[in-house]
Design a protein around this ligand. Sequence first.
Ligand code: PLP
Length: 260
Amino acid sequence: MTVAGSDSGGGAGIQTDMRTFALLGVHACVAVTAVTVQNTVGVSDFVAMSPDIVAAQMRSVVTDIGVGAVKTGMLASGPIIDAVASTADELDLGNSRTVPLVVDPVAASMHGDPLLAAEAFDALRTNLIPRATVVTPNLDEVRLITGIDVTDAASQHDAVRALLDMGAQWALVKGGHLRSSTQSPDLLSDGVEDHEFTTERIATGHDHGAGDTLAAAITAALAHGYSVPDAVRFAKSWVTEGLRWAYPLGAGHGPVNPMW
Ligand code: PLP
């Protein structure tokens, strides 16, 4: 199940989550958190669902269909984060629980349009990240959540540590353009094992939805029974191919293409 927002342009959010789940052989259930008005040049508006409706969608899916793994993406507001966190407890999802919970702490679109209310970061830090089996921030999200500006391998380790100290079981800090213009180094740790995943950095203007697709592929792999390090290794190489085959669309950034 994905707990996430809709992208009317079909590149990110629940649309890429559902595509990714289907391509990886997983049935996709959805708890919609928000509807964005979005195309390839940006997000011009969004409306958030009520927290009760988000919680009710999660409950409805889990009590009838069941879930192998759950992912959160755009959560829009602090009250929705609080509702997702308490419903995760009720449904036995998350860190040290039966069903893995992947928390992609979506803060803004690649164009800088906010997708999470500024006052919601406390709820993210204190209520959702402690329930994450794995949390998957990019460098901008790391700065907003931990205050750490990741510029090198040492600060990337510090950021991972800060997320683990908040209570996440595993933290994956995505390196993006860090350290080298030709490689994309991501660091995953549970405080005991460190794993570094470095893939070729694909230079493309069409990478909309790459973060969502990575987290969705991790979630699908966990649903298939992979360990967290194996799920991340698989998802990272899968998204790298998706970036290689990304296609132009509209006047702005086209989407990552997981259908390679
Ligand atoms: N729209 C929705 C609904 C999302 O969940 C996300 C990403 O997490 C985005 C937009 C932003 O995607 P990108 O940063 O690739 O533009």
